[in-house]
Design a protein around this ligand. Structure first.
Ligand code: SF4
Length: 235
């Protein structure tokens, strides 16, 4: 087992697959062999998450998966999670809540913090909870794809993650939007019905609108707020 004492000890391992390959299953096999239970998948249960869960279940059917439950998600997202739990009963899926309830957040920061200061809201309801969920973990998995947005074009399979001081494994970097949907339909996977109503990227309800541009599938997130990422993927 690898143990990191400090951030200086975190080294990016040599990965045996060329970055030009799409081999997500190979990446996942390598990652679970390498990190075992010190590997966590932080899943948003969007369409990439549905693909990754199916791939992960083929490699580690009792893998640990966390969903950052901001208490602000669409009801369709919670229903999707329940269906996934039933389809993969051995996976250890749990919901990580922020320490502040919505009422406590309103008391301390005012109503609808996501409108006034979305970065603070994401920090309280996503970043700190993920940090807590990753306590003791050496690596985490994310469904980032290079095609998703200009900010994600340089993501690699294995990344040093300065924000969380560990390794971020991104098996889907070379998958296109079509690859994702081809996989979902070929395997008849259940997914969030909001995808069929114009939402390619689904986050918290107050910060997610339909996206009308194929150039940036995340354009419906934080629309009009000058923000494109929740902060989980910034180093
Ligand atoms: Fe808050 Fe919006 Fe971030 Fe959700 S996506 S945590 S509502 S700012």
């Amino acid at each position: 087992m690898i143990t990191y004492e400090t951030w200086d000890d975190v080294q990016k391992p040599t990965f045996p697959i060329d970055n030009n390959e799409k081999g997500a299953l190979h990446v996942l096999s390598w990652a679970y062999d390498h990190y075992g239970d010190d590997l966590l998948y932080a899943c948003s249960f969007g369409i990439e998450g549905i693909v990754l869960i199916d791939l992960i279940s083929q490699v580690r059917d009792d893998a640990e998966i966390v969903f950052l439950d901001t208490h602000l998600h669409f009801s369709e997202t919670y229903e999707t999670i329940e269906r996934v739990k039933q389809a993969y009963p051995r996976l250890r899926i749990h919901l990580q809540s922020p320490s502040l309830s919505l009422a406590e957040q309103e008391q301390q920061f005012g109503a609808e913090l996501w409108k006034k200061d979305p970065n603070k809201c994401c920090e309280l309801r996503k970043i700190i909870p993920l940090r807590q969920a990753m306590t003791g973990k050496k690596a985490w998995i994310s469904g980032l794809r290079r095609e998703q947005s200009p900010t994600r074009q340089h993501v690699e399979f294995i990344n040093l993650d300065k924000k969380f001081q560990n390794i971020k494994v991104c098996p889907l970097i070379h998958w296109t939007w079509k690859d994702v949907w081809r996989y979902v339909h070929r395997h008849n996977l259940s997914y969030n019905p909001l995808h069929d109503r114009g939402y390619p990227s689904i986050g918290c309800a107050p910060c997610t609108a339909p996206a009308y541009t194929e150039e940036d599938l995340r354009s419906g997130r934080w629309a009009g707020l000058g923000k494109t990422e929740c902060g989980l993927h910034e180093s």
